[in-house]
Write a protein that binds this ligand. Structure first.
Ligand code: DGJ
Length: 727
């Protein structure tokens, strides 16, 4: 009897479709193999209590239209027309056939040494020796998924990949609200909300190097209704790629959404050799059912723990000379600036653009890029002298480079024009008077690595690099690929890979040195590059009011430890307002300290001391956005450290129209311990100013989260920083 039962069970099991749940603590994406061996997405949302029930998800849909029942493929194919959606992959085989079908072969699931779960699913074309592997790396506690593919074949010649996405997602029957971002120099990350209706909506870049110049690869997709900080189901993420990307949102008549994300196929049909494997970039996302705040904290935790270089470490405060001097400095001037840095109390002096090139000196942005020798007129004693002098002044020294680029007015261009991306038959097109070097060429990779290596070899005490990149690829032709008889349409992909190779070499030799990722402001901020960088420059716009908005938007995707904010002379807002805004991240200054009067200097010093007292909460704590400058006339943000013992609250006036008070009601705090008793201190007050807040009183976390605290922001108190500490 028992044997019959067992046999029956085994028979039933064999009939059941193979079900593969991709699960984190709070959400699940379920994949299932259908009776034709195609892999489909059957569920995306809350994990089920009984995972045995996932197998029934596909049965409860009624998809009668012919073809529509293949729209939810886990990786949509092109050319056999049995699905009606945008393909994730499209190929031309060696024999000229341009169809592909992918059938489930096998899957494995392992735990990585960092504690993630890696599910690998192998799909194969039943007719051609062509393989796609789907990878899902899940971080259960952070609710984050990294999803990508590898593509390979054993055909007799090259296969042309017309499309090769990283991931394809599918969501059933919801209303979708997409937040995406337009970018423009000095106005990065401008959000726009689109309710997705039937048809295709794409966010993309075709600029090569400065991938974000026009649009960011960050996005938020809210389900059913617009998400708030604490409510709503929302998927937040980005395509982690330093190059052209496309994220396509295709919505059908049943309000199903098919999302395809990957390298942009613009000018990029990729020639893949037999047995070569193309690994696509990661689509990184989290799914929160408790609003954007939780989703952002998931990404912050994941970034700090697993993606940002030294994400749980420390950072240096600094004084940068860019806005203080631009190209106009010499070593004497720099040495006086070092003293200013020391006086302020920052850790490091950062020498920006303009220190190099002799035949065509770098005295403006039209010459010298590529010639990485110290300019003898400005720096007769070279960088080693500056490093030594900085040391004598009691600070560390860092330096700016832009090694992927070249000005036509440079010795490098004269000597190695074959290293430059340019269309020989057409006039050169410049962006900021410069061109991009050909990083597909290993010799150019050596050169770029050599720029960094030489600086460190000659100056072992060099403590910081700012790596800039000001031009997009406007002249997309590589002499190297031409010589090697590799298709020019491989250029964008090979450039990005070449750049990553250089960074891998830099990090193999200099694993820890802090490096700032910069690209004419925030032109490059992808998670891919941030594996090699400790921080990034979000915008050249340092007007603190603009920064309130810019930083607000970045804060959904990046932990504040990664975001560099500098106090500069942009705008007539008070020094206090500027410092308070810049303190919400990695604080720096870009001013001539000599020009500060004694009162201002004393204020800066005190503010830096205060910053040092709370920076670890900003860098490593949980962020709660309390009041949005888009919805009210202030921005209010709270960082809470992991044990809920110390918090720092920033409040900024964001609308200067007359109001007698910008905070008529208290602001409810979040993330505290209801049972702890907290005391409040106001920081960064000017000498003699008294806080209107009752600091003699202590309050329970319960009170602060349910009644709140009033920072008393108005036109005379335009920014208010409060430290809230458990007794
Ligand atoms: C663009 C960067 O965003 C600036 O901070 C500065 O480094 C300049 N380049 C220098 O040319």
């Amino acid at each position: 009897m028992l044997v019959i039962h067992l046999l029956l069970l085994l028979f039933q099991l064999s009939l059941r479709a193979q079900t593969i749940p991709i699960q984190t603590q709070n959400f699940a994406q379920v994949l299932q193999v259908d009776d034709q061996h195609r892999l489909k997405i059957t569920h995306f949302g809350k994990p089920l209590q009984n995972s045995g029930e996932y197998q029934f998800a596909s049965e409860v849909f009624d998809r009668k239209e012919e073809g529509a029942n293949n729209n939810n493929l886990a990786f949509a194919v092109a050319g056999i027309n049995n699905n009606m959606v945008e393909p994730a992959i499209a190929v031309v085989h060696t024999d000229g056939n341009n169809s592909i079908d992918l059938k489930y072969q096998s899957h494995t699931s392992t735990t990585t040494k960092e504690g993630a779960t890696l599910t690998t699913i192998t799909l194969k074309d039943p007719v051609y020796p062509f393989t796609v592997k789907l990878f899902y790396k899940t971080w259960a506690n952070d609710d984050v998924v990294e999803q990508w593919t590898t593509i390979s074949h054993q055909e007799k010649g090259k296969v042309l990949l017309n499309k090769y996405a990283s991931a394809n997602l599918y969501f059933f029957n919801r209303d979708f609200f997409l937040t995406s971002y337009n970018n423009v120099w000095a106005r990065e990350l401008q959000p726009t909300l689109t309710q997705l209706k039937q048809g295709m909506h794409t966010i993309q870049s075709r600029l090569g190097t400065r991938e974000n110049l026009q649009a960011s690869q960050n996005f938020m997709l809210a389900f059913d209704e617009k998400a708030t900080e604490n409510t709503g189901a929302v998927l937040i993420g980005q395509l982690a790629w330093n190059g052209n990307y496309a994220i396509q949102f295709e919505t059908d008549v049943y309000k199903n959404l098919h999302l395809v994300a990957g390298i942009n196929s613009y000018q990029s049909a990729y020639e893949l050799l037999p047995n070569q494997e193309l690994e696509t970039p990661r689509l990184v996302y989290t799914f929160s059912q408790e609003g954007m705040g939780k989703g952002a904290r998931n990404l912050h935790n994941w970034m700090r723990n697993h993606n940002l270089l030294d994400g749980n470490g420390q950072r240096l405060t600094l004084l940068n000379n860019w806005e203080a001097t631009y190209f106009n400095f010499d070593q004497e001037k720099l040495v006086t600036l070092f003293k200013g840095a020391k006086e302020l109390g920052v850790n490091l002096f950062l020498l920006d653009d303009g220190w190099f090139a002799n035949k065509y000196p770098r005295n403006g942005d039209n010459a010298g890029l590529g010639d990485w020798q110290e300019n003898k007129k400005k720096l007769p004693d070279g960088i080693p002298f500056l490093v030594k002098e900085a040391g004598k002044a009691g600070i560390q020294f860092g330096i700016w480079i832009e090694p992927e680029m070249v000005n036509p007015k440079s010795e490098l261009y004269e000597k190695r024009i074959d290293w430059v991306l340019r269309e020989e038959k057409r006039p050169e097109i410049y962006f900021r008077n410069q061109l991009v070097l050909d990083l597909t060429n290993p010799e150019v990779q050596d050169f770029v690595f050599g720029v960094v290596d030489k600086l460190f070899t000659q100056n072992p005490e060099l403590a910081f690099i700012k790596w800039d990149c000001n031009a997009p690829i406007f002249n997309g032709h590589s002499k190297y690929l031409e010589k090697k008889k590799i298709a020019q349409s491989n250029l964008y992909v090979e450039y990005s890979r070449g750049f990553e190779n250089v960074l891998k070499r830099v990090r193999a030799k200099y694993p820890k040195v802090p490096m700032m990722l910069c690209s004419g402001g925030g032109g490059r901020t992808d998670y891919d590059l941030l594996k090699y960088f400790t921080e990034f420059w979000p915008s050249d716009d340092t007007d603190p009011l603009e920064r309130v908005f810019i930083q607000w938007n970045y804060s959904y995707y990046y932990p504040s430890i990664a975001v560099c904010n500098h106090v500069t002379d942009w705008s007539n807002k008070s020094l206090k307002y500027k410092i308070d805004v810049a303190s919400m991240g990695k604080l720096g200054f870009d001013i001539d300290v000599q020009k500060l009067n004694p009162k201002e200097l004393a204020f800066c010093k005190q503010a830096i001391n205060n910053y040092n007292s709370f920076k670890n909460i900003v860098w490593h704590g949980d962020l709660f956005r309390l009041k949005s400058p888009y919805e009210t006339n202030i921005a209010s943000l709270l960082y809470v450290n992991k044990d809920k013992g110390s918090c720092i609250m920033f409040n900024y006036l964001s609308d200067w129209r007359y109001v007698s008070t910008a905070t008529p009601s208290p602001i409810l705090l979040q993330g505290l311990d209801a049972n702890k008793q907290y005391k409040i201190t106001e920081l960064n007050l000017h000498d003699g100013d008294k806080t209107p807040i009752n600091i003699a009183q202590t309050y329970s976390g319960n009170f602060l989260m349910n009644v709140g605290i009033n920072p008393r922001v108005d036109l005379s108190r335009t920014s208010v920083v409060l430290k809230i500490e458990a007794l």
